[in-house]
Design a protein around this ligand. Sequence first.
Ligand SMILES: CSC[C@H]1O[C@H](OP(=O)(O)O)[C@H](O)[C@@H]1O
Length: 349
Amino acid sequence: MQKVTTIPYSIQWNESHITILNQQELPLKTEFLELHTLEDVFDSIVTLKVRGAPAIGITAAFGVALAANALEDEFFPSFAAKVKEAITYLASSRPTAVNLFWALNRMESALSGSTTVNEAKTDLVHEALKIYLEDEETCRQIGEYGLSLFKPGSRVMTICNAGGIATARYGTALAPFHLSIEKNIHLKVFACETRPVLQGSRLTAWELMEAGVDVTLITDSMAAHTIRTKGVNAIIVGADRIAANGDTANKIGTFGLAVLAKHFGIPFYVAAPSSTFDLTLDSGDHIPIEERNAEEITHVGGIRVAPEDVAVFNPAFDVTPNELITAIITEKGIIYPDYKENIGKYIAH
Ligand SMILES: CSC[C@H]1O[C@H](OP(=O)(O)O)[C@H](O)[C@@H]1O
């Protein structure tokens, strides 16, 4: 009997608070948290309780609306100044996913379009809800375009979690798999565990099993052997920031998969909404790469697995050069090289 596709809603707006699915507790515990203050929202993003480029932007947008609602200023200039402080504060939470800054810019524009405190509070909530609802439709469209690239029975590898819990719904790289269940198309997914934070084993394996997708978990080091021995046909990944020439920042380990795709002659797809493109950057050379604390590597489940005081390098992302990317799947369509020439035809910022 076909499992019903249960795509979890990871973020919900309530007038007095934001409810999020605590992604740090999955898969052992499905826990929802209420975020009541700006500090709660900041902490949830920094500590990856909510993570995934679009989800970070959506949560930050709701965070701005929440902070504005809590202000008691009646004088619009002082109110507006405090809302802008909240925007600046949330912008400092994580540096790589451009969706965070894209969403905060939309919130600042909504503020600038208001003239009174009450009007601004209403406009900010409406703008955050628009960002959320647009993302759900955007991800479904990405799923439709992505699914068109996979024949029934395809065996597809992915890394990290670019799924429904990393967006409003459906996800980006995982959206084709969610839609494949709705359309009764069999696809087999190989999910890389994604050291050190394990978004693949903890989140993608969980999310796809919940949805009834045929998923096999592997360690990141098994990728090459799995592609060769299990007949992987394609690789699809999400993105945190895409430069104007198509260079793409995504979870650490993505670049290595793109090199493997080239070696094995299989397509390497990036799936991302328009809000993930940063056309101010000519190339990926200037994409800020977040480095996270050493404990993510030296400890597993709170248990030390490396020597005290060992030197650690913990970049959370890497940049895949555009020449290794077969196509970029967006809600506007599938973008093929030459990216410098073609991105502008689809993405207007
Ligand atoms: C649609 S999620 C995009 C992207 O965000 C993830 O990073 P993180 O888990 O650190 O927030 C990962 O790179 C996904 O591919």
